[in-house]
Design a protein around this ligand. Sequence first.
Ligand code: PA5
Length: 446
Amino acid sequence: MKKIQVNVADVYGTVSAEDIKKFEGRADDAIDKVNNGTGPGNDFLGWVNLPSSISTEMIGDINATANALKETCEVVVAVGIGGSYLGAKAVIEALSDSFASLKPRGQWPRVVFAGHNIGEDYLAELKDYLADKQFGIIVISKSGTTTEPAIAFRILKEMLEAKVGKAEAARRIIAITDAKKGALRQLATEEGYKTYVIEDNVGGRFSVLTPVGLLPIAVAGFDIAKLVKGACDMEEATRKPAEDNIAMKYAMTRNALYEAGKKIEILVNYNPKLHYFGEWWKQLYGESEGKEHKGIFPAAVDNSTDLHSMGQWIQDGERTIFETVLSVESPERETVIPTDEANLDGLNYIAGKRVDQVNKMAELGTRIAHTDGGVPNIQITIPALQEEYLGQLIYFFEKACGISGYILGVNPFNQPGVEDYKRNMFALLAKPGYEKETEAIKKRIG
Ligand code: PA5
């Protein structure tokens, strides 16, 4: 089985191999903290050995639940936000036909998402879409108390119960939450839903390889055993401190670039199926590193699309950025550019070439232009958009994130800043228990 590769040669115009090597001691220390739980946040390291500890029984159970939903549901709504949504969305988008939603459904239910926003139109339109369909719900919340998914779930649960009755609705609802705590756990117990547990020691943004990600991915018809196998291979490959440990290499390089003034990292893809992988990665790195007024700002672009919008800024704007390019070696399908005798569009010079050959030249040409323009480039090569490689990529980024956060000197596994907007929102909505905050915020806004 091939492995994803990391190439940092195109950062050497900005930082040298020696500059990166200087981080070796801190990276050794960081990987030790991740592997042995000796750093801050060490009660959230359940993801480190997760791939190798997922049992075949668990995979079988998740596949059986997915199969049961397949028997009755044309659509399954995955309700969740942040780490309880982005991993599944990223993998499903990467593996799906780009026009799947416009084509007749195959044997698997369509997976759609809700609870990741508070858009009233979004929910109304989702209800319209579901009105004449057999549907089920996977409701995912580690805390079991997050407002966005709770609102969506209340609305969809009411709709499903009105449609098929309470007993059948209970068979079509799966809850993934804490073993004991939270409103969702209590509700699931009282309603008799099938449940899966998110272990205390796995944070939301590190939970894609638990039932949080695996169940929606299995419902969409993809091979979760292969996804986990890829992650296992990467768990093994990034376990020990070594020169060829690609998680350490990436973590050290991005910290060297940060120290050299490159405060923004742009994750770049040349395959539109990777758009949501960028969204998942932004949460992983943003929530893990952006604290104590430190941390690289994670951004993402989809090329070549965004070369026609963000390209100018990246080439010529403030020199505070570096790029990490996700380069997919082989597409799954072949499309050749035809010859046209009239050649009115002037494209015969590339006739007979595969579209991907042109894409690769756009990628290479951009890499050269950007490095020439002072934008260092890290390249991550993925053999293909298949389950095994996505599993490798997920675990690679998780492991590198833990190492990188410790090198930076923060606790990569908490997210205290996420609570501030919630406190204000609850105060503004006069949530019971927030009386003092409500009074204070009312005075502020007049
Ligand atoms: O990474 C995290 O912990 C967060 O982004 C959570 O995933 C997100 O806030 C959703 O939380 P919960 O699963 O508790 O509803």
